[in-house]
Design a protein around this ligand. Structure first.
Ligand code: HOZ
Length: 420
């Protein structure tokens, strides 16, 4: 495979951009080789600078549920461009996006738009603290909630990929406001509340983890979190940046039938443009400035282009609910065959192959995966024209643009790659 143009671009990039990338997870550090530079995307495919085509299971790390350059999203963007790129003032479309989100996710009684998932989680925990008057936040090992100072404790995604246990630059006092517990253990949560109950503002959780690879909640786990937080007057915060509009139209909370107090969203709700959102109970969200005393702001929040793309995405999904069944069926087919010694975890169109016997239910079991073997698998897939996330500790995303033929080609590539 010729990637000489990507190689030249990378040599140029590392001189100007830390590590040559604008987000660490793109860097291929844990799988070997170097990042491909992307020239364009079309439907389920990515084309690199050298003209190689790949079936794309990264989907921009989740947002591209409908694939690249979906015509309805492009048309919405063209209409928005004709009007203006940013106003820093309210627009009717922002209300429409808020309404579309609230209709799909009924636990969200009010919502604030921001520019990224990180901003959403950062803001949501501030609101939780303001509402409860408490300081501590419970998170789970291997979950990742963006690069918020106090949430970069035992975090997944790039932190896990690069083996950075705790990032430098976060004051110890901030990190000490976070209690990091094992995922899928209600006993650990009971114990933490037993010791610190009156000081815990919120439990933040990826209801289906995507950031230590895909790890589903065990039966009863989310309901247990709901019961414990309620009993102790803490808020339950579902980080659905990855799962929102992905594992079901109403996200993981619809799929598992749990109503959190607060929810964060991002990725799919921006249709491929930078967006995030946090929302939830009206009494909690009414604490947000200017309605209340918890300050949070943003020059480009509710940006008309991002809102237009997001609205087009949500309207398409609402009009085509069959998308979710199609994704479920195709993802099941894709994940049906794995060799001995490989565990596949899947929820809807999110999945991960772990190179361990399994089961993989938390960070301790996820990190048993043979990451060197994953690296070889990743490179073998890339050589066969399949682009996976360059890390063991990320989820793969199937989109509605992937055809049955793409799935069969991917299965054939995976058979060869596993054998290799
Ligand atoms: N939040 C994404 C999933 N882990 C990764 C995106 C990034 O960190 O660049």
């Amino acid at each position: 495979m010729n990637i000489s143009k990507s190689e030249a671009l990378f040599r140029r990039a590392v001189e100007k951009i830390p590590g040559g990338v604008n987000s660490p997870v793109r860097a291929f550090r844990s799988v070997g080789g170097q990042p491909l530079f992307i020239a364009r995307g079309e439907g389920p495919y990515l084309y690199d600078a050298d003209g190689n085509r790949y079936i794309d299971y990264v989907g921009s790390w989740g947002p591209l549920l409908l694939g690249h350059r979906h015509p309805e999203i492009l048309a919405a963007l063209e209409r928005a461009l004709a009007i203006g790129t940013s106003f820093g003032a309210p627009t009717e479309q922002e209300i429409e996006l808020a309404e579309a989100i609230m209709e799909a996710v009924p636990s969200i009684e009010m919502v604030r738009l921001v520019n990224s998932g990180t901003e959403a989680t950062m803001s949501a925990i501030r609101v939780a603290r303001g509402f409860t008057g408490r300081d501590l936040i419970v998170k789970f090992e291997g979950c990742y909630h963006g690069h918020v100072d106090s949430l970069l404790v035992k975090a997944g995604s790039g932190m896990a990929t690069l083996g950075i246990a705790d990032t430098q630059g976060v004051p110890r006092a901030f990190a000490e406001t976070t209690l990091a517990l094992p995922y899928n253990s209600l006993a650990a949560v009971e114990a933490a509340f037993g010791a610190h109950g009156g000081r815990i503002a919120a439990v933040i959780v990826e209801p289906v983890v995507g950031n230590m690879g895909c790890v589903p909640p065990l039966p009863g786990y989310l309901a247990g979190l709901r019961a414990i937080t309620e009993r102790h007057g803490a808020l339950l915060l579902f980080d659905e940046v990855m799962t929102g509009f992905r594992v079901a139209f109403g996200g993981a909370q619809q799929r598992y039938g749990i109503r959190p107090d607060l929810t964060t969203l991002g990725k799919v709700i921006g249709g491929g443009l930078p967006v995030g959102a946090y929302g939830g109970r009206r009494d909690v969200m009414n604490k947000v400035a200017p309605a209340g005393p918890v300050y949070q702001a943003g020059t480009l929040s509710g940006n008309p282009l991002a809102v237009a793309a997001g609205l087009a995405m949500l309207r398409h999904l609402k009009a085509h609910p069959e998308v979710y069944d199609t994704l479920e069926g195709r993802a099941a087919r894709l994940c049906a065959e794995v060799p001995a010694g490989v565990t596949v975890n899947r929820v809807g169109s999110m999945f991960t192959f772990f190179f361990t016997e399994g089961p993989v239910t938390d960070w301790d079991s996820a990190k048993k995966s043979d990451t060197a073997r994953f690296g070889r698998f990743f490179r073998a897939m890339l050589e066969r024209g399949v682009y996976l996330a360059p890390s063991q500790f990320e989820a793969a995303f199937l989109g509605a643009a992937h055809s049955d033929e793409d799935i069969e080609r991917t299965i054939a590539a995976a058979r060869e790659a596993f054998a290799a």
